[in-house]
Design a protein around this ligand. Structure first.
Ligand SMILES: [Zn+2]
Length: 469
């Protein structure tokens, strides 16, 4: 060993020299640690902060002569994260002629990629057509709207949209291009979805159109299933179908309702002011037993289930106003329609039936409304029709609302008024026990004398009285 060291020229003395030098260095270093101040930064001395993020001082520690002097350090410099750039923060400790300073460099950078507002779903192109480049919106946290910077690269089977912000952050979306018609054609019916006709009317098809994204106009290819025979009363469903070249289909349906037309001698049994428990329910039982359909002009009184029974058992639920309060409903046109709407909604909510048949309390000829509003009946009889309602007065009164309480007289009043040469519209009240008790006799009389009884339908003639106000 010694020989080896001598060989390369390191003598014993020289070796000692070296050891001394190392010890000196250590001593100076230790002295510096103790005799000179030190500042240690917490966190990195070079930091990167995202644009508009919060910059947080991570802290520091200073010591001098073995003591904590952190609180004597002066910090200078600020970081504005709303502005890109490099910021320097200096930490300085001064004691007499001794000064210690360290620097932290904070770079505020935009590291966030711009956003392409586009879904990454496959693009379908009609067979034989070319892919049409889409306008894609792009936004960036720093640059704002980058829509105009969006680039696209279209290849046969894929397209890539990309955008870069001013800091070089880049976003791209690649979509497959598939040459396939995935969209169904659009079939549109002209005219209403439900058409009401009367028996033996001529059904005129209102028509339809069909367009497709790839095949364009397909109206000629529409097929219609079903037909309408207006000589037979009932509901007819028409189904319209169309398919495009790729086999995508659309279909629509239309309902045609054919109702019975009026004829001389027909009898409409109509009941006002209900429903009411104890009378309406018995009347419904009798109608069911006798196989007769009637019309109920209801109010907001009485239990809901009786209105549902009326509807479910095939009768026409018609509207008589909610309150039946003359002073209220004939105060103004608006008051009348507000009240009517209430009973309409009650029936609609209970049955789903959108009733448009009405009877004015007191009839269209009433004079009591003069007390509340001059000329209101002249206006209402027009306005209800403008709004799509049909109103029905009567030409036979049973007298059950005041004339009599005797069921035999009620039955006589009705049956003696029936005529074979006109439409017979019979006014009764299903809240009267004497009417309830007269009904069976009335129905039997009609049957025995060849009178057919019907409920009011779309084809029923409006039986109206002379307006007196
Ligand atoms: Zn009434």
């Amino acid at each position: 060993m010694k020989k080896l060291l001598q060989k390369i020229g390191i003598t014993k003395n020289f070796f000692l020299w070296e050891v001394c030098l190392v010890l000196l260095f250590i001593a100076v270093f230790m002295a510096k640690m103790v005799l000179f101040p030190t500042i240690t930064l917490k966190g990195k001395s070079r930091m990167v902060v995202e644009y508009e993020d919060l910059y947080e001082e991570k802290g520091y520690h200073a010591s001098f002569l073995g003591k904590d002097v952190t609180k004597d350090v002066k910090v200078k410099g600020k970081v504005n994260t709303k502005k890109l750039g490099e910021y320097k923060i200096t930490y300085t400790y001064k004691k007499g002629i001794l000064t210690k300073q360290v620097v932290r460099t904070v770079s505020v950078k935009d590291l966030t990629k711009p956003v392409l507002e586009m879904k990454k779903e496959d693009a379908y192109v009609c067979p034989g057509k070319q892919y049409q480049v889409e306008e894609v919106k792009a936004t960036d946290n720093y640059d704002g709207d980058l829509t105009k910077k969006v680039k696209n690269e279209v290849k046969t089977n894929k397209v890539t949209y990309s955008v870069a912000d001013s800091s070089g952050n880049k976003t791209s979306i690649t979509k497959k291009i598939l040459y396939e018609d995935k969209e169904k054609p659009v079939l549109t019916l002209n005219g209403p979805g439900v058409i009401d006709l009367c028996s033996n009317d001529v059904y005129k098809e209102p028509g339809y159109t069909a367009v497709d994204n790839c095949d364009e106009d397909l109206t000629d290819k529409v097929t219609v299933d079903g037909g309408v025979d207006t000589s037979i009363i009932g509901e007819y469903n028409l189904t319209y179908k169309v398919a495009d070249a790729a086999g995508n289909e659309d279909s629509k349906s239309r309902q045609v309702r054919v109702s019975d037309k009026d004829y001389a001698g027909v009898v409409y049994l109509t009941f006002d002011d209900g429903p009411q428990e104890g009378t309406t329910d018995v009347i419904l039982d009798i109608l069911k037993e006798e196989g007769v359909e009637a019309t109920f002009f209801v109010t907001n009184k009485g239990p809901d289930y009786l209105i549902q029974r009326e509807y479910n058992e095939g009768h026409t639920v018609a509207l008589h106003t909610a309150s039946h309060d003359y002073a209220k409903i004939y105060a103004s046109d608006d008051a009348y329609f507000a009240d009517l709407q209430q009973v309409h909604d009650r029936v609609y909510n209970l049955t789903g039936y959108d009733s448009h048949f009405i009877r004015f309390p007191g009839g269209a000829s009433n004079t009591i409304s003069r007390r509340y509003n001059q000329g209101i009946m002249s206006r209402l009889t027009q306005e209800v029709q403008n709004r799509g309602y049909k109103y029905y007065d009567w030409n036979i009164s049973s007298g059950d609302a005041g004339g009599t309480t005797n069921p035999r007289v009620v039955a006589w009043n009705v049956t003696s008024g029936l005529r074979k040469d006109r439409v017979n519209m019979v006014l009764m009240h299903d809240i009267k026990t004497h009417t309830r008790d007269a009904l069976r006799d009335i129905i039997r009389y009609c049957k025995d004398n060849g009178y057919q009884m019907k409920k009011i339908n779309n084809c029923s003639t409006m039986v109206t009285q002379r307006v007196n106000n």
